[in-house]
Design a protein around this ligand. Structure first.
Ligand code: SF4
Length: 113
C-alpha cells in the first residue's frame, strides 16, 4: 500500500506491506512516519474538525479531542450536523463524551462573536 505521511509538511511517500503478519514501512524519514504507516495500514484514524449549530443561529467550531476510526468519520460528521448547542457555549465545552471512540470527546474549539 502506498500513501503519503501527513504527520508533517514533508509529506514523505510511504510504502507499507505485510508479510506473514509482519508489517514493514519504507520511505519514512523519522519514527513518526513509521508509526503513521503502521496505523494507517492496520486501523486508520482521523481527528474530525467540524462546525456545530448554535441555538441563536450562529455556528461554533468543534473537533474531536483525539482520533476516531476513519470508517466512522462520515457517520460522526452526520451526527454533528444534527447537534444544536446553546448560544452561550464556550471554547473547551464538551458537546459529547466518548464520541465514536472511548475517551475521545467532541469539544468546542471556537465561537464566532
Ligand atoms: S516520515 Fe517524518 S519527516 Fe516524513 S512526513 Fe512523516 S513525520 Fe514528516
Amino acid at each position: 500500500m502506498n500513501m503519503i505521511c501527513i504527520m508533517c509538511p514533508m509529506g514523505c511517500p510511504l510504502t507499507v506491506e505485510e508479510n506473514n503478519g509482519v508489517i514493514t514501512v519504507q520511505g519514512h524519514t523519522c519514527p513518526r512516519g513509521k508509526k503513521y504507516g503502521e496505523q494507517e495500514f492496520t486501523a486508520p484514524v482521523r481527528v474530525l474538525t467540524t462546525l456545530v449549530k448554535r441555538a441563536d443561529g450562529g455556528m461554533a467550531s468543534a473537533k474531536t479531542s483525539g482520533p476516531i476510526p476513519k470508517d466512522k468519520v462520515r457517520e460522526a460528521a452526520e451526527c454533528v450536523g444534527k447537534i444544536v448547542v446553546s448560544a452561550d457555549v464556550k471554547i473547551g465545552d464538551i458537546i459529547e463524551e466518548n464520541f465514536y471512540a472511548d475517551g475521545v470527546n467532541l469539544v468546542i474549539t471556537g465561537v464566532a462573536q
